[in-house]
Ligand binder design. Structure first.
Ligand code: CA
Length: 232
């Protein structure tokens, strides 16, 4: 599976060089030349990693990463900073702002590709840790396996993501709009009814294992995952 990378770089030559090399390495790359465009894309497309130039016209790379780290939808997306400065103080500033790694220009394209693969591996390792077990259900996102007790259950990819989100944010009520944001990545053309359809499918699968009561409707608000009794 090829990971989607967002490249934010205002120098056309540098951008082209990175683009060619990442595509050659099998990545799907979206390139933009300023941070405002990047910020918009980040919320629409959910790239799996961002390569971010430090000095950009308008909003700087530094400001963009601070926005990202404050936003629940892109907080976890790994960022590699591209910086022409080699002073130690800037590397520290990049890491403190929330970058996962940095590369100093001029860099070798092979090194850059290796760094991208490394941040993606670290991210994957993290999602294994984020497996969740609650009320007799167990989800392992890395392998996409779900168990009801010891019995494997088959969930569609959307139902899997939906259940994973609900279980990792259990006992909290989420509106349909919030679920669209977090589970579907805030894609604007999806209607809120879509959430209801996937909740129904999810309950249908869980019903076979008498676990559907944990996916609860909270009237007038939305849905929650709870191991406690329903309100209604
Ligand atoms: Ca620049």
């Amino acid at each position: 599976m090829s990971a989607r990378i967002l490249l934010v770089e205002d120098e056309p030559d540098v951008s082209e060089l990175i683009l060619v090399n990442l595509r050659h390495a099998g990545f799907v790359v979206n390139a933009v030349d300023d941070a405002e465009k990047a910020w918009k894309l980040l919320r629409e497309e959910r790239p799996e990693a961002v390569l971010l130039d430090w000095l950009l016209p308008g909003m700087s790379g530094f400001q963009l990463i601070r926005h990202m780290r404050a936003d629940q939808r892109c907080r976890e997306v790994p960022v590699i900073m591209l910086t022409a400065r080699s002073a130690e103080v800037d590397k520290i500033a990049a890491l403190e702002a929330g970058a996962d790694d940095y590369v100093t220009k001029p860099f070798s394209p092979r090194e850059l590709v290796a760094r991208v693969k490394a941040v993606l591996r670290r991210r994957d390792a993290k999602s294994i840790e984020e497996g969740v077990e609650l009320g007799g259900l167990r989800l392992m996102p890395h392998t996409r396996k779900a168990l009801a007790g010891k019995t494997p259950i088959v969930l569609g990819p959307t139902e899997f993501r939906l259940l994973h989100f609900l279980m990792t944010h259990a006992e909290r009520v989420h509106s349909r709009g919030q679920l669209l944001d977090y589970v579907w990545g805030g894609r604007l053309h999806i209607e809120e009814r879509t959430v209801d359809v996937h909740i129904r499918r999810l309950r249908c699968v869980l019903e076979d294992h008498q676990l559907d009561a944990m996916v609860q409707t909270v009237r007038g608000i939305g849905y929650r995952f709870s191991t406690g009794p329903t309100d209604a």
